[in-house]
Each structure stands twice: as C-alpha cells, then as structure tokens.
Design a protein around this ligand. Sequence first.
Ligand SMILES: [Zn+2]
Ligand SMILES: [Zn+2]
Length: 438
Amino acid sequence: MIEGNDLFGKTIQCSCGRMHQITPNKVFYEEDAISFIQETLTGLTSAKRVAVIMDVRTRAAAGGGIVEHLKLNDWLVHEVVLTDPADGESPVCDDRTKERLQSEIPAQHVIIPVGGGVMTDLGKWIAFDRGIPFITFATAASMNGYASANVAPTVKGIKSLIRARPPEAIFSRPSVLMDAPWELTASGLGDIIAKSVSSADWFLNHFLFDDYFCERSVGLIADIEPLYFDHPEALNAGDPGSIKALFMGLLLTGVSMTMAESSAPSSGGEHMVSHTLDMMSSVDGIPHDLHGRQVGIGTILASELYRRVLAIDSPDWKSPPSRIDAPFWGYLSGNINEQYDRKQERLQKAEEVLSERKQWDELRTRIQPVLRAPGDVKDCLQRAGAAYRAEDIGCGEERILAAFRHAHEIRSRFTVLDLAYLLGIMPKAAEEIVEEWV
Ligand SMILES: [Zn+2]
Ligand SMILES: [Zn+2]
C-alpha cells in the first residue's frame, strides 16, 4: 500500500536536525469515513457542538451526509452554507468572508470545513484565530493545502500567506473524490507536478544562502509519484488507485510544508507565475483559472527555464532589474515593491557565490537530478487531459508572457526566475519559451 499513510501522527528525529511532528494525526480515506468523525470529535471537545462550513456543491457531495450523521448522534450542528456570489463565481477565501463567518459561528463549536481549498482555508483560518482544533473533510484531490499549516487568503485584494495549524484529522471518501469535477482533480495534478521545480528552488536557497533544507521532506512522495505520473490517463479515467495516490501525494506535500515551517518545499518560481496571474486579475478584473491548473503551466515554463539555465557553461553575470515595473502592477505596486526590495540582498549574494566557477558547476550538478524535463511535465498534463496550454487557462500569449516576465517581482523568495535574470537570459528566454512551449 501507500507508505506515506503510516507517517501521520508520528514523530521523527530527522537527519536534517529537526524533530518532525507529522500532522494531521490521522487520515481516514474510505467509503465509511463519515462514521469515524464522531469518535475523532469526541477526543477534541466535550461540548458536542460543531459548525460545518460548506458551499452548495460540497454540501451535496458530502456535507449534508455529515450533518445528518452528527445530528442523529445528538450533536448540535450549526450549518454554514456559502452561496455563490451573484457574478457566477464560487465563494472565495478572503478577509470579508472570514469576518462574516467569524460573527456567524458561535463559540465552543468545533469547526469542520467540507470542500476543497476555499472551505478548508476558511475553516483553518477561523479555527486558528480562535485557538481551537478542527478537522477537515476533503471533497476533491484539487490542491495540497488540506494537511498544511498555511492559509492562502486574499486580504485587502492581495494574495497573502498566513501560518495557521493543520487539522487534527482529514476525512475523505474515494467515491466523492472520483465524482469531483474533473478540472478540480486536474488542478491537483498541476499543483503536485510543481514539486520538481519547487524542490529545486528550495535546494537553490539552501545552496546559496544556507537556508534550512530537509532531504526527507523532499523525498516524501517519491514512492507515490509514479502511480499517477507514469499513467496520467488512468487519473482521467477515474482509476481508484491513481486518485488515491494523487490525494495522498497532495496530503504529503502539505506535510512537507509543515515539516519545513515554510511553503518553500512546494512553492517555487512555478507558483509565482500562478500567483502573478491571480494578482493581474485583481488589477484588471479579467478572471483567472484554478490555482493548480495555472501552476501546471507555470511548471512547464519554469522547467524549461531551468533547462536553459543549467545548460550555461560559462555564465556572464548581469545585474538584475533594480526595480519593479510599477505601472504594470497598478494599485498593488507599493506592496510588490516592498517584496522585491527585500530580495535585493539575496540577488547580490547569489551572484557573489556563483561567480566562483566551482560553485556554479557544483550547483548545476546537484540540482539536475531533482528536475523533470519540461517535455515530461507537459506530456503528463496533456495525457491526463489537464491544462497544458495558455489558452486552456484563458490566457493569450501576451498575458502568460506578462505573468512569466513579472513573476520574479512579487515575492522576496529567490527562485529560478531570479537566477535567469542574473544570467541575463530573462526576459528574452520568456518570449521564446512561451512561444515554443505553451
Ligand atoms: Zn527533516
Ligand atoms: Zn499550490
């Protein structure tokens, strides 16, 4: 069976020097998962009061059954069903929604989000603010946040990252994940396929700046990956083993972020391309696609950029752009400027370290094995029937190119995007890669 499942709830003394407490404590992935909820809740509260957060779709998929089951067992259940905003969009995780739920959900209620990224994040955020434990019911293998400590809300229009706590336990049902809309599962594949680039970027920061790095957390999904990566069509066909592998892989990449106390293991330059698309949306109002669908395409772009970077034998180091493209960012430029300013020191240090010929060669040798060829990434997404072209995520060539070129500005985190600027191959490489690859 899948080994990762044995890890939950364990404490590991790791060779990285840290003691890792692997949370959540338990994962129930079975058809009668609901029947284990009560027992778990009893360990968390004596009040027998819960608030179940869901939207209309996740209520139909699982939430309604959970509410009914708990009521039958004498739990006082406060149901929160988020309706779709009038514009035809789905509910979002932002400061306004969270404040509304905060005032609506009575104290002393254990919180159970039922859904994907948005419901999970809202529940995790509120539980963290209240200092209470929570459990999650997953309705789609759509993203890696179920088991992570992170919440990724929009606060005052800006995509943010808040450190919270993982759930005590995660529940899901194979048939619910198999019946989830395909674009959600495809989004999960896009999110997890980022792993090769984000691991490489994480190692890059370790190599250059001596940042914390843990081999074990990088290798957590090594055994699981081939189960979906080598047979992407099976995922699309709803093969139970592939869906389970993807779901467990997503949970474990969430765990790796908790182990690292950072999103770095699962979020590098490829994620920054996706975040940039989200931010462009909030500036110009043009809708963006699902997180993982954008990340998948970001991974194709970043993988090819890495290939070009590592192919350089004798680098000719250039000064990176000293400032951001403020007019492009509109009302977000102040915040983005701050992020980019904070990176300046790292840009200088990176050039200093890598100017030594030996260091450059060593970095290339050590990063290469972590990466996947861009063609393999694209092939997997394409065979799965996931988004692999700019048009699949509603972008023309110009929009995806703008995101690729500007993505290095949005965070202080150093990635392959910065390395490519230091090597002088960006932004020219971006034009070629977009034209050739997506
Ligand atoms: Zn470790
Ligand atoms: Zn992600």
